[in-house]
Design a protein around this ligand. Structure first.
Ligand SMILES: Cc1cc2nc3c(=O)[nH]c(=O)nc-3n(C[C@H](O)[C@H](O)[C@H](O)COP(=O)(O)O)c2cc1C
Length: 169
């Protein structure tokens, strides 16, 4: 039987919530990834950079900006090489400077998405998906990309029902 997979990136540490800096144990996107696992029984794969991003929000913003400007492919701790056992793949990430964090590019470019169904989800501080859907269309070429789910990072603990109905769409 084919099962579902969630590939996601999420950063814990210092982050902004409606203009206030807070330290969080678990990243916002990870909260959503775990709801999906609970509702679908999907396997979870977390993309983790080999070199962690700074805990400090402002420093992280800078590092991420430079990586994007350089079109970098940061090394990741572990990579997934084969997704042939899955038909539906949830892809989740925070909006970083308008699109996916670069480690997601490192991971997604290794995979063959032909014939797959992709359900993207993003957490953000106001910009929603930004240009990430266009980027995903390239990164997941051959996949059918379904309606995405966009959640403000500050709301992740209030949207479990929304996630459930989106899964069933
Ligand atoms: C490096 C960096 C860049 C970000 N850029 C944006 C942005 O361009 N637009 C936006 O709405 N939010 C931006 N954010 C806010 C995150 O998207 C938001 O806090 C998200 O929920 C974080 O998810 P996570 O906790 O799973 O990492 C940025 C955050 C970081 C750390």
């Amino acid at each position: 039987m084919m099962s579902d997979l969630v590939i996601y990136f999420s950063r814990s540490g210092e982050n902004y919530f409606g203009g206030v800096l807070k330290n969080i144990e678990k990243g916002n996107t990870e909260v959503i990834a775990e709801y999906i696992q609970e509702f679908t029984g999907a396997d979870l794969f977390k993309v983790e950079p080999a070199v962690e991003y700074p805990e400090d929000y402002m420093e992280c913003i800078d590092v991420a900006k430079k990586e994007q400007q350089n079109d970098a492919r940061p090394e990741i701790k572990e990579s997934l090489e084969d997704i042939s056992a899955y038909d539906t793949i949830y892809i989740g990430f925070p909006n970083w400077w308008g699109t996916l964090p670069m480690p997601m590019w490192t991971q997604l470019e290794k995979l063959d998405f032909s014939g797959k169904t992709v359900k993207p989800f993003v957490t953000h501080e106001g910009s929603g998906f930004g240009s990430s859907k266009r980027d995903l269309a390239k990164l997941c070429s051959g996949a059918e990309i379904e309606n995405g789910l966009s959640i403000p990072g500050a709301n992740v603990y209030d949207v479990k029902d929304t996630v459930e109905s989106w899964i069933k769409e």
